[in-house]
Design a protein around this ligand. Structure first.
Ligand SMILES: Nc1nc2c(c(=O)[nH]1)N[C@H]1C(S)=C(S)[C@@H](COP(=O)(O)OP(=O)(O)OC[C@H]3O[C@@H](n4cnc5c(=O)[nH]c(N)nc54)[C@H](O)[C@@H]3O)O[C@H]1N2
Ligand SMILES: Nc1nc2c(c(=O)[nH]1)N[C@H]1C(S)=C(S)[C@@H](COP(=O)(O)OP(=O)(O)OC[C@H]3O[C@@H](n4cnc5c(=O)[nH]c(N)nc54)[C@H](O)[C@@H]3O)O[C@H]1N2
Ligand code: SF4
Ligand SMILES: [Mo]
Length: 676
């Protein structure tokens, strides 16, 4: 039996564990890593089962090419030639910007870097993006504006030093279980816990105060808390004076947000808003923790600005036990952003529109680079539906199930002249492709992954990939070769040398330094120890900028025709589109069927019983799922996880986008239900 230390392939917490393999080269299980600073000998249920999907019989084993309407096996040479020829042909005929590249938060930093290089230097377009668009794009836009960096400001170890944790729009115990347990440990130690979430999540049972405000009303809630803090004189005047700018604009903008006004918008009692404000502002060290309940709105960036304003107003930044802590979702979504799998930046958030930066990359890669920022993934779907986009390469994403408004996504992908997908399974998106390439999974290749606390860690190859499947980086190197670009990398560590040479925040990252606990960026040079906390003496942009925001309601609220609010999200056992967890037998056994949470009062109104099939409809489509009658959801709201393709929540969701970040309004749309 061999035990190899590696990074968990699921969430951004960044746990490490040992993958156990036998001498025949097969995985047999997972063992926790006692000494690891994040997981500390523990794992959640997905971590314990992370080996289970790897040898599933449905793993893709050969390239597939569409012939006579059917996907049929082919060899790598034919597949790679076709992929390159088609992308080049479309770029020549329709222009490079008629191509779109989707990268992946499931693949390594090195692979994200290679795909962004390929899109820009190989095919001449900045049209590259990935699932951060659906996730924390609002965070990146909002926090870059207010602080100068979109990353989590503090570290997970800070939960040991904090006096108060304010969890707003994060179901932490289910979605980041090992962070959830740190929060619970903080509570046991005596820290206060505030939870703002319309659902009764597990953390709310342990909260000093649970604010069940209306989905989409966070700006009002946060502005109301800040109004009260100013009213009581509890703002941190020294911090505001020394470290921030634009305070008077903030003061002015809060005038209307009295407790009574905010109570009317949020559905809370005025006293709850006052209590939340006082508890938060009287704690010397408070951590704000947030996730998709904040970002996935047509005003997601405004929500993030409001959070940033609250932290700056109370001086909760740049010290242990404080900070603005957006929990990154996928195991490498932080890394995919860091590597520039985004339409407007190269690696390290260096802007493509900056001539000096462009020159630097152009010189390093020996090729002229496109100047205008590319399309966001959500805009690309709209462009494809409108016939403006002709070719797409999807690496490790499943937009048919994960993007908002499935009918639009299917229409968009159907219109493409050429769609290629690189995945480990034949996903719903791959089933529509003209070409499918089989990838190695996390256990079958080396690479680095960057966790939510900016910790860059090793993923290690344990076994060989199945059949003819290849590591993503090898597939991308073959395409770089066909584009005439540097392609003599023999291992991911060599790709990291190139990344470090071009990316200031990763300047000191080298495989030789990642053997222990990894390194937290910024790590600018080989002697730098890494940075557990950002914005220490000053913010990345200099002064922390107050960005006042006004309340805007969600785009589609319940009405007479569609009287209920649909909230979508996740469960503890399944991962997104289910491609991996629904192929892990223990996880599948725990949660096999799609379900919809309905409040007991609504169950009476609609005469629905437990487990009854419901037809759920929005303006965009209908699905069927079994009822769970539960007071987890408030009356007037239903909740559906988006894991189940046969009852896909995204058939219903609204593709209305935040105008700045391009994120869809996944957390609010109007639906109706009918028993059947
Ligand atoms: N088991 C599991 N873990 C996961 C994932 C998974 O698929 N499965 N996915 C990973 C990824 S990529 C991500 S991004 C994270 C997501 O992690 P989370 O954001 O924690 O998960 P969600 O279920 O999307 O939503 C969190 C909470 O937001 C609340 N909410 C909805 N609307 C609002 C609102 O308007 N305001 C407020 N304050 N709250 C609201 C919901 O009721 C829900 O409880 O999880 C990661 N971890
Ligand atoms: N309604 C609703 N929709 C949502 C959300 C929501 O809260 N509500 N949340 C959104 C969020 S936050 C996110 S992050 C997105 C996630 O959306 P996606 O990223 O599209 O979802 P995943 O299922 O994680 O897709 C990852 C794909 O990568 C494949 N894969 C795994 N490992 C590898 C590998 O090593 N190489 C390759 N090539 N492929 C691999 C998997 O099989 C899977 O098909 O969903 C979004 N959609
Ligand atoms: S908390 Fe996240 S990283 Fe840790 S074991 Fe669970 S899924 Fe993996
Ligand atoms: Mo996410």
């Amino acid at each position: 039996m061999n035990a190899t230390l590696t990074t968990c392939p699921y969430c951004g917490t960044g746990c490490n564990f040992y993958l156990l393999s036998d001498d025949r080269g097969r995985l047999s299980g997972v063992e926790p890593a006692a000494k690891h600073p994040v997981s500390r000998g523990q794992l959640c249920i997905k971590g314990w089962n992370a080996h289970a999907f790897v040898d599933h019989p449905k793993r893709l084993k050969t390239p597939l090419i569409r012939k006579n309407g059917k996907l049929q096996p082919t060899d790598w040479q034919t597949a790679l030639d076709l992929l390159h020829d088609k992308l080049s042909e479309i770029a020549a005929k329709e222009g490079p910007d008629s191509l779109m590249f989707l990268s992946s938060a499931k693949v390594s930093n090195e692979e994200n870097y290679l795909l962004m290089k390929l899109a820009r230097a190989g095919y001449g377009t900045n049209n590259i993006d990935h699932c951060a668009r659906l996730c924390h794009s609002s965070t990146v836009t909002g926090l870059v504006e207010t602080l100068g960096s979109g990353a989590m400001t503090n570290s997970l170890s800070c939960f040991e030093e904090t006096e108060l944790v304010f969890v707003i729009g994060s179901n932490t115990t289910e979605q980041h279980p090992l962070i959830g347990s740190r929060i619970l440990q903080a509570v046991q130690r005596g820290a206060k816990l505030l939870v703002a979430d319309s659902r009764k999540i597990r953390l709310s049972r342990h909260a000093d105060l649970h604010l069940r405000h209306q989905n989409g009303s966070d700006v009002a809630l946060l502005n109301g808390m800040m109004w009260q803090i100013l009213q009581d004189g509890l703002e941190n005047r020294a911090f505001i004076a020394q470290r921030t700018e634009n305070f008077s604009a903030l003061q002015h903008s809060l005038k209307a947000f009295t407790p009574d006004y905010v109570a009317r918008i949020t559905g809370l009692q005025p006293g709850q808003i006052i209590a939340a404000a006082r508890q938060f502002a009287t704690s010397d060290r408070a951590m704000i923790v947030y996730a998709m309940g904040i970002t996935q709105h047509s005003h997601g960036v405004d929500n993030v600005r409001a959070i940033s304003n609250l932290a700056l107003l109370t001086g909760n930044l740049g010290r242990p036990g404080t900070g603005i802590n957006p929990l990154r979702g996928q195991n490498n979504v932080q890394g995919a952003c860091d590597m520039g799998a985004l339409p407007d930046v190269y690696s390290g958030y260096q802007k493509v529109s900056d001539p000096q930066i462009r020159e630097k990359f152009s010189t390093a890669w020996s090729v002229k680079l496109p100047e205008t920022p590319g399309r966001m993934s959500t805009h690309a779907i709209e462009a494809a539906a409108g016939g403006e986009l002709h070719g797409m390469l999807v690496l490790g994403e499943n937009p048919v199930i994960s993007d908002a408004n499935q009918a639009l996504v299917r229409q968009a992908l159907g219109k493409l002249e050429f769609l290629a997908v690189i995945d480990i399974f034949l996903t719903e998106t791959a089933q529509l492709a003209d070409l499918v390439l089989p990838a190695a999974c996390y256990a079958e290749r080396d690479g680095t992954f960057t966790s939510t606390e900016r910790r860059v860690q090793r993923g290690r190859k344990v076994i060989e990939p199945p059949g003819d499947a290849r590591a993503d980086w090898q597939i991308l190197v073959a395409l770089l070769h066909r584009c005439g670009l540097k392609n003599d990398y023999t291992a991911p560590a060599e790709i990291m040398h190139e990344i470090a040479s071009l990316t200031p925040s990763y300047g000191g990252i080298d495989y030789s330094r990642l053997e222990g606990d990894g390194l937290q960026w910024p790590c600018p040079d080989p002697a730098h120890p890494g940075s557990p906390i950002l914005h220490l003496e000053e913010c990345a942009r200099g002064k922390g900028h107050f960005s006042p925001v006004d309340y805007r309601p969600p785009g589609e609220l319940p009405d007479a025709e569609y009287p209920l609010l649909l909230n979508t999200g996740r469960t503890a056992f399944h991962w997104h589109t289910g491609s991996m967890t629904r192929r892990s037998h223990l996880l599948d056994r725990e949660e096999r069927h799609a379900f919809v949470e309905v409040n007991p009062e609504d169950a009476i109104t609609y005469q629905i019983s437990e487990r009854q099939q419901l037809k759920i409809s929005s303006r965009r489509g209908s699905i069927y799922a079994a009822t769970r009658v539960t007071d987890r959801v408030p009356s007037g709201q239903i909740f559906i996880p988006f894991h189940f393709a046969e009852a896909a929540a995204n058939v219903l969701t609204n593709n209305l986008l935040d105008p700045e970040s391009g994120i869809p309004e996944f957390k609010v749309c109007a639906v109706r239900i009918e028993p059947c």
